[in-house]
Design a protein around this ligand. Structure first.
Ligand SMILES: Nc1ncnc2c1ncn2[C@@H]1O[C@H](COP(=O)(O)OP(=O)(O)OP(=O)(O)O)[C@@H](O)[C@H]1O
Ligand SMILES: [Mg+2]
Length: 243
């Protein structure tokens, strides 16, 4: 590693280096490296099947890292089990709906906090981000609309007050006004609380409206990384995401 890369990874909240993982014999993620600072959003863009969800599941500890390192504020967390990661500052918003349909909104939110009582203290976070969710506290989660369920998913991550949020295609299937709302909430969260956010997306306008930096994942490897504001970024991204 170069001296400047070393400095980068030391001050990073999340530093991923040479990470590989996959399913049984099939390697999906190959030698992936990137870092995210506190208060920064990195978006991983890539077409279907490129390994975006596999990457997030590996960081969260659901899949085994076969090589490489994952450091959170300098501490190695590769292959730490998901429940310990959840307890220690990581919040994961999966791509598939991961709401408990038969539990109430409140009970689903309670799963995001370490102990009873904390949710009451943090309800203001939900009210500020998604008032519609705060109003539906006692409603069965399965009766929420698809968009509301996504808001609930993100609310559950917010009440955990994490240091790092891993968010998998939150904008998928949402109407434009809801996508704008999600962008607002994510920007506020990184600014206000200095959370580092790793966003996985295929929605380019949404990604560009929230992210500070991007990385393009192609067949499990990062082929480009850059700042979203740098000249030519949009053309590069459009070219890589073209079907
Ligand atoms: N449980 C699994 N067992 C074996 N292979 C899997 C499994 N889950 C995913 N894969 C394979 O790993 C590769 C990457 O899948 P992944 O879900 O990470 O892609 P993705 O970039 O998230 O795609 P999408 O945008 O469609 O969500 C694909 O080839 C997929 O078929
Ligand atoms: Mg995916």
């Amino acid at each position: 590693m170069s001296a400047s890369a070393k400095r980068e990874s030391v001050k990073a909240r999340l530093a991923v280096e040479g990470l590989s993982s996959g399913y049984s014999a099939a390697t999906v993620i190959r030698d992936v490296s990137f870092s995210i600072a506190s208060g920064e959003i990195l978006v991983i863009l890539g077409k279907n099947g490129m390994g975006k969800s596999t990457l997030l599941k590996t960081i969260m500890g659901f899949l085994r890292a076969t090589s490489g390192s994952i450091r959170l504020e300098g501490q190695e967390i590769a292959n730490r089990p998901p429940h310990l990661n959840a307890r220690q500052s990581l919040a994961y918003t999966p791509q598939e709906y991961a709401i408990f349909q038969d539990l109430t909104v409140e009970e689903n939110l309670r799963l995001g906090v370490a102990r009873d009582g904390l949710l009451d203290e943090r309800m203001g976070d939900v009210e500020a981000a998604f008032p519609v969710i705060a109003r539906r506290f006692r409603q069965r989660a399965g009766t929420l609309s698809g968009g509301e369920q996504k808001m609930l998913l993100l609310s559950r991550s917010l009440v955990a007050r994490p240091k790092l949020m891993l968010i998998d295609e939150i904008s998928e299937g949402l109407q434009p006004s809801m996508v704008t709302k999600m962008a607002e909430v994510l920007r506020r969260t990184k600014d206000k609380d200095g959370v580092a956010i790793l966003l996985v997306e295929q929605n380019l306008p949404f990604a560009l409206s929230v992210a500070d930096r991007y990385a393009i994942l192609k067949i499990g490897e990062i082929v480009e990384q850059g700042d979203v504001t740098q000249a030519g970024a949009l053309a590069t991204l459009e070219q890589h995401l073209r079907i």
